[in-house]
Design a protein. Structure first.
Length: 307
């Protein structure tokens, strides 16, 4: 037998021996094992059964699939964020920068493709199928909130009017005033919508746990723990700034555009969101969610979300 093959077989033997496994049994398994096919590996058939419209209105399919695409990009972003968090104690600037750059690529794609929502559905169809989905809203995307909790220290996610006052308080205390409490409230009464109440019931505990776990391993904490030379790395700073702008300005602006397109009428808002305060809540210039204010100039901070 050719030497390379013998060498490979020996290495495989060692691999199984290290786990106390019988190499010959695995070799026999290989004999019967089927080839890997694209459709199995990518789980195409399962993937394509995950779209379950609530109505017979054709454009609802676009709405579902685009949300699913977004959630997959969110999953990719979390995959990178988790790797950064795990490497926190001996992370290299290169690794850190490369991972943040990847997340930026995902968010750039999301912002650039949002026209699929803005221009890709007939408003008449949207306004009809949307009524069958209440009280569901993208507001209930837990991955979106998790990305923020990995990206920055928790006090930055406190509602802007409470941010300064609560900056040294416990995470539990800050959590009560997390910025999203101001969204999905009813314009008329100021009460929480069912959208918000149900979201908190389902994810509140899990998100609070994550906030606590991430105290020392969110991106800002890790950046702060770098030595002075690494902290000055311009590539890293540029990627962190881009991340802040992508997650807190570029994507939210595109998203807001879709809300304006479908839900805003000259005199009254369409009731399709359950009468929420979305116009006051969604624009980045009102929310002023900023992950890394230290990395922006005063002028940039003053004009946040206005470009
Ligand atoms: C036609 C398309 C869309 C419209 C009209 C729309 C509308 C809205 C509105 C009005 C809100 C405020 C909360 C509420 O009243 O329910 C909201 C929040 C939200 N939506 Fe959408 N949305 C659209 C597409 C999407 C997509 C594709 C995603 C992707 C997951 C998404 C994710 C979110 C998130 C994460 C929030 C919370 C934002 C925050 O808290 O700052 N939306 N959306």
């Amino acid at each position: 037998m050719d030497n390379e093959v013998v060498d490979l077989i020996n290495k495989i033997k060692e691999k199984y021996a290290a786990q106390g496994q019988n190499f010959k049994s695995y070799l026999e398994g290989l004999l019967y094992q089927d080839y890997t096919h694209y459709w199995d590996y990518i789980a195409v058939d399962s993937l394509l059964t995950l779209q379950k419209p609530k109505t017979l209105i054709p454009d609802e399919m676009i709405f579902i699939i685009y949300h699913q695409i977004t959630e997959l990009y969110f999953k990719l972003s979390l995959h990178e964020l988790e790797q950064i968090a795990s490497a926190k104690n001996n992370i290299s600037v290169q690794f850190f920068t490369d991972r943040v750059r990847r997340i930026n690529a995902y968010f750039k794609n999301l912002a650039n493709s949002f026209e699929i929502m803005v221009d890709g559905m007939e408003p008449e169809q949207f306004l009809k199928f949307r009524m069958s989905l209440l009280p569901a809203s993208g507001f209930q995307s837990a991955q979106y909130r998790m990305i923020e909790m990995y990206a920055t220290s928790f006090e930055r996610l406190v509602a802007k009017d409470k941010r300064e006052e609560l900056k040294d308080k416990s995470i539990e205390e800050q959590f009560k005033y997390i910025y999203w409490q101001a969204g999905a409230t009813e314009t008329d009464t100021g009460n929480k919508t069912l959208t918000l109440t149900k979201f908190e019931q389902k994810y509140g505990d899990e998100l609070l746990r994550l906030a606590k776990t991430n105290k020392a391993c969110n991106l800002w904490a890790i950046y702060e723990s770098l030595n002075e030379t690494d902290k000055q790395n311009q590539d890293l700073i540029a990627e962190l700034r881009n991340l802040d702008l992508n997650v807190n300005v570029n994507w939210p602006l595109m998203h807001y555009k879709s809300a304006v397109k479908y839900l805003q009428k000259p005199k009254e808002d369409v009731a399709a969101t359950g009468g929420t305060n979305w116009q006051k809540y969604l624009p980045p210039r009102f929310q002023l969610r900023i992950f890394y204010p230290e990395l922006f100039t005063q002028d940039e901070l003053t004009n946040w979300g206005k470009f």
